[in-house]
Design a protein around this ligand. Structure first.
Ligand SMILES: O=C[C@H](O)[C@H](O)COP(=O)(O)O
Ligand SMILES: C=C(OP(=O)(O)O)C(=O)O
Length: 359
């Protein structure tokens, strides 16, 4: 506490971080990684504009806690992405920041060693290193932007950004997203409310003026153009799913009434599967069937998937951690992921061929 008891009353300590420029100098964007990001974002924009008829799928672990397991997952997903590329555009979920309902492990950046040592500097380097590896594989990455500063360290390696259900209503996150260089998905609220996401879309498309840090780590006023590639992510909530055709039609109507493009991503996990991973494939299948029956607004899906099924609590003795198993929400395993995505791709193929023929 300061001597006068006025400042820093509740602050225990502060330490300086390397600037975004310094972290990027240590782990620079390579030509191969840049190509992945540029092409990935361009593909997404074409999907959002209906110039590419494929469905994009954000698929991967609920959270990254083990960079080695994430690399193995990325290598497998890279191969699968090629196999299904005719119908699906796969983007790996690479989530480093976890918004908690109350408290809990807040992700690899916040506490990379999962032992309450909170080595945030190490977390930033690990996150950038992993994103670089994945981009160099030629696999686009998606992440949640939770802390408004971290995109300055990482966003050049990201293809799609999420704003989570707990922060969609936050002005800080809407402002930050208005300046992001990626397409951005806003989740509906945890109570299932769509209104907060619609308001977010109306806000994020506009210019904003707000505070942030620049690449040199200095405080700066940012003036943004507005993000025109924002869309809603339906994740269910309040005890009810919202991926069914009635919910989708209601969302389409809300978007139209607010002059917003009819672009909807369905998160097959969270409130849409009542956090039961076994239900994710039913949700995905239902959405694909809606598309086959004529739906044109569902442009993307999200799946929580890992090398192995389920989840595990973080043990005190980290040697007891099971490899490739989520430490946050329960995930489907690799074999279920492969089956689900191959089946979705096969079902979509004739439709895309018919649409291509008609064009
Ligand atoms: O996706 C992950 C979780 O649903 C989110 O971080 C909230 O988790 P919690 O309710 O366990 O805190
Ligand atoms: C936290 C997440 O989801 P939501 O914001 O929908 O709860 C997530 O996707 O990791």
């Amino acid at each position: 506490m300061s001597a006068n008891g006025i400042n820093n009353v509740n602050v225990v300590s502060q330490e300086l971080l390397p600037t975004p420029e310094q972290v990027k100098a240590a782990l620079p964007l390579t030509a191969a990684a840049e190509r992945t990001v540029r092409e990935g974002r361009a593909t997404l924009r074409r999907i959002l504009a209906r110039e590419d008829p494929r469905l994009f799928v954000v698929v991967g672990p609920c959270s990254i806690h083990d960079a080695g397991a994430a690399r193995e997952y990325a290598t497998r997903l890279r191969r699968l992405a090629d196999e299904v590329a005719g119908s699906l555009f796969l983007i790996m979920r690479v989530y480093f920041e976890k918004p908690r309902t109350t408290v809990g492990w807040k992700g690899l950046i916040n506490d990379p060693f999962m032992d309450d040592s909170f080595h945030i500097e190490k977390g930033l380097y690990l996150a950038r290193e992993l994103l670089l590896y994945i981009a160099e594989l030629g696999l686009p990455a998606a992440t949640e932007a939770l802390d408004p500063i971290t995109p300055q360290y990482l966003n050049d390696l990201v293809t799609w950004t999420a704003i989570g259900a707990r922060t969609t209503e936050s002005q800080t996150h809407r402002e930050m997203a208005s300046g992001l260089s990626t397409p951005v998905g806003f989740k509906n609220g945890t109570d299932g409310s769509l209104g907060v996401a619609i308001n977010a879309l109306k806000s994020v498309a506009r210019p904003h003026h707000f505070l942030g840090i620049n690449q040199n780590g200095q405080c700066a006023v940012f003036r943004t153009r507005g993000n025109r590639d924002a869309h809603v992510v339906l994740r269910g909530g309040g005890g009810r799913p919202n991926y069914d055709s009635v919910s989708i039609a209601m969302c389409e109507r809300e978007l139209a009434e607010n002059g917003l493009p009819a672009n909807i991503v369905v998160d097959c996990s969270h409130g849409n599967s009542n956090k039961d991973p076994a239900l994710q494939s039913l949700v995905a299948e239902n959405c694909v069937n809606q598309i086959l029956e004529g739906n044109r607004s569902i442009v993307g899906l999200m799946l929580e998937s890992n090398l192995h099924w389920g989840n595990q609590p973080i043990p005190k003795n980290l040697a007891q951690l099971k490899y490739g198993v989520s430490v946050t929400d329960a995930c489907i395993d690799w074999s279920a992921t492969e089956t689900l995505l191959k089946s979705a791709a096969a079902k979509m193929r004739p439709l895309l061929a018919a649409r291509a023929g008609a064009a």
